[in-house]
Design a protein around this ligand. Structure first.
Ligand code: XIL
Length: 362
């Protein structure tokens, strides 16, 4: 931020910034935004001292099959929408509920796409997994450009989390409250939240989300935590700490962005998943994809990886949701040439699709 020279101007600059922060916090806490629907705000405070423990087993049912969706494509009738409705029961908005979409300016929240997606899902009986409240990436430029005090950033985030979760109370089933909190060495990843708020930001965010919707299932989500690695140990340590502190956490999302050459063995994957589950948490597959490119051999190898992961999820009662990051090769963050998903760009099932279907159903 540029500050005008001179003591008076400096003071005026500080007052302006504090004023803007206060306005942003009030706007967030009051749930004012650019849509006409009133926010349900941050009502109902749960008993914080109560141990947060909910049954995580899905029972005899197979895991729910989900996919991340591009709302711009899903909203239009066509192959993408039909394929999704024919096969999936849960969705994760790929971008529509990220902070840069919902908070495009300091004094304005924008819920247009998120609201439409929530309404559409409800109409079609699709569960919504909200993604994501607190992440070091896809932050709005106005937020990263500012220099924050701890108190100001903390009130901003509290207001943001409570407003967003409160708005979708009873409509978004579960949330990735914190996304990608860990570095590869298993320590907390350096990002704005850690730098300004310190390591307590993870449990604070969980508590705020729980206050705003005590019924929503709350997750921490990350990548490279499927095999044996320092990061997997770090995730286990983080989850253990959160459980000890009685933070309201329900589960861990394993993003499972794998490749054909670097995939944990089935035994490693199953033992990692059991280890997280032994903390009393749900252990979901949250963003799986496997770039394979073209050709029958590559597709067969890709199907084996999908089968292994879907099978590990099916075998563990704590694994309630198996979600891929997209579902047709026509729309993937990795680029269409990677062909990482279970349906072709024109919507035909690949060997990976058959593998997922049969593995999830045992
Ligand atoms: C990706 C989206 O798919 C892209 O459209 C966007 O440009 C960048 O983010 N891990 C996550 C997701 O948790 O939010 C990321 O989604 C993919 C990696």
């Amino acid at each position: 931020m540029q500050t005008p020279a001179g003591p008076w101007a400096l003071r005026a600059g500080i007052v302006l910034v504090l004023g803007a922060v206060a306005v942003a916090a009030v706007v967030l806490l009051s749930g004012r935004h650019d849509e006409g629907v009133s926010s349900q705000g941050n009502a109902v405070s749960a008993n914080r001292s109560e141990a947060h423990f909910r049954p995580v087993s899905r029972g005899p049912r197979p895991p729910v099959l989900g996919a991340a969706v591009d709302w711009e494509l899903l909203r239009m009738p066509g192959t993408y929408q039909r394929l999704f409705l024919d096969h999936y029961r849960s969705l994760t908005p790929e971008n529509a509920m990220k902070m840069d979409t919902i908070a495009p300016a300091a004094d304005r929240l924008s819920f247009g796409d998120a609201d439409a997606l929530a309404r559409w899902s409800r109409r079609h009986g699709i569960a919504v997994h909200g993604h994501t409240l607190v992440w070091g990436k896809q932050l709005p430029p106005w937020l990263t450009a500012r220099s924050w005090t701890r108190d100001d950033l903390s009130s901003f985030l509290e207001g943001y989390v409570k407003t967003v979760v409160g708005r979708y109370r009873g409509r978004v089933d579960s949330w990735d409250v914190v996304n990608e909190p860990l570095a590869e060495d298993g320590s907390l990843r350096h990002n704005l939240w850690l730098r300004v708020l310190g390591p307590g930001y993870v449990s604070d965010a969980l508590r705020w989300a729980h206050e705003a919707d005590p019924g929503a299932r709350l997750y921490v989500n990350d990548f490279n935590i499927e095999g044996r690695s320092p990061k997997t140990d770090g995730m286990h340590a983080l989850l253990s700490r959160l459980r000890r502190e009685r933070a309201p956490i329900d589960g861990v999302g394993l993003q499972t962005h794998l490749t054909l050459s670097s995939t944990p063995t089935g035994a490693q994957l199953r033992s990692t998943m059991r280890r997280y589950a032994s903390l009393g948490l749900a252990v979901d597959i949250s963003e799986m994809d496997v770039p394979a490119g073209r050709g029958r051999r590559a597709e067969a190898a890709q199907a084996r990886v999908y089968r292994q992961v879907a099978g590990a999820c099916q075998a563990l009662p704590a694994c309630g949701r198996f979600t891929t990051w997209g579902f047709t090769d026509a729309s993937t963050w990795l680029g269409t040439g990677e062909r990482p998903l279970p349906f072709t760009a024109t919507g035909a099932p690949k060997p990976a699709w058959r593998a997922i279907e049969s593995a999830l159903n045992g």
